[in-house]
Design a protein around this ligand. Structure first.
Ligand code: RIB
Length: 289
């Protein structure tokens, strides 16, 4: 079994602010730092830290070598990340003293992944394999269609949220990952028109500090949130998804997948940053035991 991830790679710029700026307000940051991020990269790093091989497919600009080095350092296979003209993707992330965040995303090269590169990188995908996608890169529909035709399982994170993108992806996905706000917006927009298609996919819904729910074949499996001191909630959802899929793809019982992913996400929020702050499997196992 192989896991492929057609996903974003971002330079994350973190600004520690006393509170998130209101419209028109100027807020002075107490510190600033840079690290590897992007929903795609974070999910690949979570899968690698959970101990599974993961092949990341995507694009960076000429400024992106340090991000490839970082991904490789975490054990992610970066041989299918190509270099394209123009800058890499980046994100401006404000993190408040209570751990909340707001993110402005500049997609850059994440929206310029050559379609023939995506297709050829998925040439040897098989029915045993999994494909992970988020809405931060181009070519998601092509990748999903290709993987589905090959019999692989497809997981799609509907973030950044876009109803049109969900509609386009629904016929090709097995697992749809949303947070609470995205789930509400999705069911409000599509509940009546796409109910049959929504019922045919498994929905992984993260609920912030309240835990998560996995709706699978008509049964809702729940895990309660863990009580931790949150310093930065950024990438908690990516951590959850990466750990959940790494266990689910290996056939572990759903409750165990949820417990593992919940522990990983809870540990992540106690640490500042994104990919660098995702815990390793040994840390997660020690935390949940
Ligand atoms: O989910 C967190 C991620 O969203 C950040 O790493 C940032 O790059 C944006 O893609």
């Amino acid at each position: 079994m192989k896991i492929f991830n057609v996903g974003s790679v971002n330079a994350d710029f973190f600004y520690a602010v006393p509170h998130l700026p209101r419209p028109g307000e100027t807020v002075a940051a107490g510190s600033m730092s840079r690290g590897l991020g992007g929903k795609g990269a974070n999910q690949s790093v979570a899968i690698a830290k959970a101990g599974l091989p993961v092949h990341h497919i995507g694009a960076v600009g000429a400024d992106g070598q340090w991000m490839l080095d970082a991904l490789s350092g975490f054990g992610v296979d970066v041989s299918a990340i190509c270099q394209v003209d123009g800058p890499s993707g980046h994100a401006i992330i404000n993190v408040s003293e209570d751990g909340e965040n707001e993110i402005v995303l500049m997609p850059g090269s994440n929206r310029a992944v050559p379609l023939d590169h995506i297709k050829s990188s998925l040439d040897d995908i098989t029915p045993d394999d999994w494909l992970i996608l988020q809405n931060e890169v181009n070519g998601t529909r092509l990748a999903a269609e290709h993987a589905k035709a090959a019999g692989a399982k497809v997981v799609y994170s509907a973030a950044p949220f876009d109803v049109g993108a969900i509609c386009e992806m629904l016929p090709f996905i097995d697992v749809l990952a949303v947070n609470e706000g995205e789930a509400k917006a999705m069911y409000a927009a599509l509940g009546s028109t796409k109910s049959a298609e929504l019922e045919s996919v498994s929905v992984l819904k993260t609920l912030g500090s309240d835990g998560a729910e996995f709706l699978h074949q008509g049964t809702a499996h729940r895990v309660d949130g863990r009580n931790v001191q949150a310093v930065d909630t950024t990438a908690a959802g990516d951590t959850f998804l990466g750990y959940f899929i790494s266990a689910y793809a290996q056939g572990q019982p759903i409750e165990e997948c949820l417990t593992l992913a919940n522990g990983a996400a809870a540990l992540k929020v106690t640490r500042p940053g994104t990919a660098d702050a995702i815990p390793r499997l040994s840390e997660v196992l020690a935390f949940i035991s």
